[in-house]
Design a protein around this ligand. Structure first.
Ligand code: ATP
Ligand code: MG
Ligand code: MG
Length: 551
């Protein structure tokens, strides 16, 4: 892997290590198990786990499971898979914010004892009204001055299930006039009778994110708590909570900008909408910017990691071009993927002078730079498929592929001349009758230049293959920033094209997730779910050979 790119968080960590503030680095990746991870999360994963690796520290995987209605075991398992697939391993066991529910409750009691938290009975609407606005200070709740004894008892009864959902909250007692709205006595506990994936029905009160997160960080001795910029305004609360209670340490929260990707959505809620409305085939649809989607499409962990390295870490907003991500993937798979020939839009060619036993099958290297991958036999036969687009009856100048009376080289094989064009009643070309020059195996023809080289497969040897061609999922670069229209209005109706093609026999036993370069067509990955080696071949186009985003 390449050298780490310097950035401001790295600088802070290096200064902290050098100056002796910390002996080692402890970071964490804290997803909520309420959906599948997307490419934005990959940035956060690579940052947190990457820093731990670079400085021989540790990184925890902690589920922020404080919203029981939205969370599931399926999501939690998929997130663990994603992190491992990206090439990282968390320190020790997976952690859960719910592991700390008992301690979080005790800290709530501690805050009450210090007069720094109170139970409030305002309705949500009243709460909103009392909170004030950016330009107007808030008002104190009439419950703000309840005694320590009363608050202690009420909080205990909240836990015991004596009040209906939503009827009371525990609030931090900070400052209703603070210019920062997050500091205007934020709720830290709410009553919610919901079954929790870990704690079942043990609790009917749940701690709020801001309160839970900082304490969980501190209990895990996190040194640097890295989060996205929208939490910048929450940092005073993060620090306030930790300053009031006795925790082992006080981690430093540092914010960086979210990754946004052109032509993609990076919001779990919206991705969920695509899935539940059946607009894609699932979270792992290869058009989805989810980690499982990218994986199924054929993106590699190395390519994704390189992408996050290349886009860097900063505090400025960045909407990254899709071509940057695809470029990283292309570069990685180019170096790895064996080459085979496949035809996507087949046109039949009959070789009129094919001589059984004389016209030769050939060998091709699987990879020009990787001789260790060996060679495969490319069977040649009287009938072959070529790509329809490689033939033009009336080609423009500079067309070097096949035309009537013209010659082209068949990759790895002979130079072939198109002698006759066969058409159906409607005038569509249905077949070409061609002849090969037997003197052109491995050498140029005498006295004439043949510029074009095309791919092909033998009709009798080729295997049928379902090929899924993907295009951008949205028609505009920023589908979710339009004020007038919902992002769904920008779905590209042609983002998936399924074709039935042919692939050379060496791909017969390709295992699911195996990547190939289909020569001249692009990189393709055997589908994780639907591809059955030797039986039913299904390939997804991972990325084209050249950047196609500049159109
Ligand atoms: P979403 O809005 O998609 O639900 P989230 O931030 O609520 O995302 P979490 O599960 O809380 O999702 O995210 C876990 C971690 O990943 C957080 O630290 C969060 O800041 C980070 N993260 C989420 N989205 C991005 C993004 N687009 N770029 C960088 N980091 C991100
Ligand atoms: Mg979140
Ligand atoms: Mg969220």
């Amino acid at each position: 892997e390449r050298d780490p790119v310097p950035h401001f968080i790295r600088n802070i960590i290096e200064a902290d290590l050098k100056g002796g503030k910390h002996k080692s680095v402890v970071t964490r990746f804290p997803p909520e198990p309420n959906g599948y991870l997307h490419v934005g999360h990959a940035k956060s994963i690579c940052l947190n786990f990457g820093l731990a690796l670079d400085y021989q520290g540790k990184c925890n995987l902690r589920f922020d499971d404080t919203n029981p209605e939205k969370e599931s075991e399926e999501y939690a398992l998929s997130i663990q898979d994603d992190v491992r697939w990206l090439g990282f391993q968390w320190d020790g066991e997976v952690r859960w914010a719910s592991d700390y529910f008992e301690q979080l409750y005790a800290f709530g009691v501690e805050l009450i004892k210090q007069g720094k938290a109170y139970v409030c009975d305002l309705t949500p609407d009243e709460m909103r009204e009392y909170r004030g606005t950016l330009t107007q200070p808030g008002k104190d709740s009439p419950f703000r001055n309840r005694s320590v004894e009363e608050n202690t008892e009420l909080f205990q009864k909240m836990r015991a299930g004596e009040y209906p959902d939503g009827s009371k909250v525990l609030r931090a007692k900070i400052d209703m006039a603070s210019p920062n709205i997050n500091m205007r006595d934020p709720a830290i506990y709410r009553i919610r009778r919901a079954h929790h994936i870990r704690t079942g029905d043990k609790w009917c009160i749940y701690p709020m994110y801001d309160y839970t997160h900082c304490i969980s960080d501190a209990l895990e001795n996190i040194t640097h708590s890295l989060c996205t910029l929208e939490f910048e305004d929450h940092r005073p609360l993060y620090d306030w909570v930790l300053d009031q209670i006795s925790v082992p340490c006080h981690p430093q929260q540092i914010e960086f900008s979210r990754l946004e990707l052109q032509y993609a959505i990076t919001s779990k809620r919206k991705l969920n909408q695509l899935v539940t409305q059946g607009l894609v085939s699932g979270w792992d649809d290869p058009r989805m910017p989810t980690i499982v989607g990218m994986r199924r499409r054929g993106y590699t962990p190395e390519g994704i990691r390189e992408f996050t390295r290349r886009i860097g870490i900063s505090k400025s907003d960045n909407v990254v071009d899709m071509s940057v991500l695809e470029g990283c993937i292309r570069e990685d798979v180019e170096a790895k993927a064996p080459r085979v020939m496949a035809v996507v839009k087949p046109l039949k060619v009959t070789i009129t002078n094919f001589v059984e036993g004389e016209s030769q099958s050939r060998e091709g290297e699987f990879h020009p730079q990787r001789p260790e991958l060996g060679k495969r036999v490319v069977p040649f036969a009287k009938e072959i498929w070529i790509e329809s687009d490689d033939f033009m009856e009336l080609p423009p100048d500079g067309f070097h592929r096949l035309k009537p009376g013209g010659e082209v080289r068949l990759r790895y094989s002979y130079v072939m001349c198109c002698d006759e064009v066969i058409k159906d009643a409607a005038g569509n070309v249905t077949e070409l009758r061609c002849s090969i020059d037997p003197e052109t195996l491995g050498k140029n023809p005498q006295g004439r230049k043949v510029k074009g080289v095309i791919h092909w497969v033998s009709v009798e040897d080729a295997l049928p293959v379902e090929i899924r061609l993907y295009d951008r999922l949205f028609t505009v670069p920023k589908p979710d920033s339009d004020k007038e229209q919902d992002f769904l209005a920008f779905l590209n109706p042609d983002s998936l094209t399924v074709v039935q093609g042919w692939v050379e026999p060496s791909a017969r036993d390709a295992q699911p997730e195996m990547l190939y370069q289909f020569e001249r067509l692009g990189y393709f990955c055997a589908d994780r779910r639907d591809h059955k080696p030797g039986e039913h071949l299904v390939f997804n186009r991972t990325v084209t050979l050249k950047d196609s985003w500049a159109k």
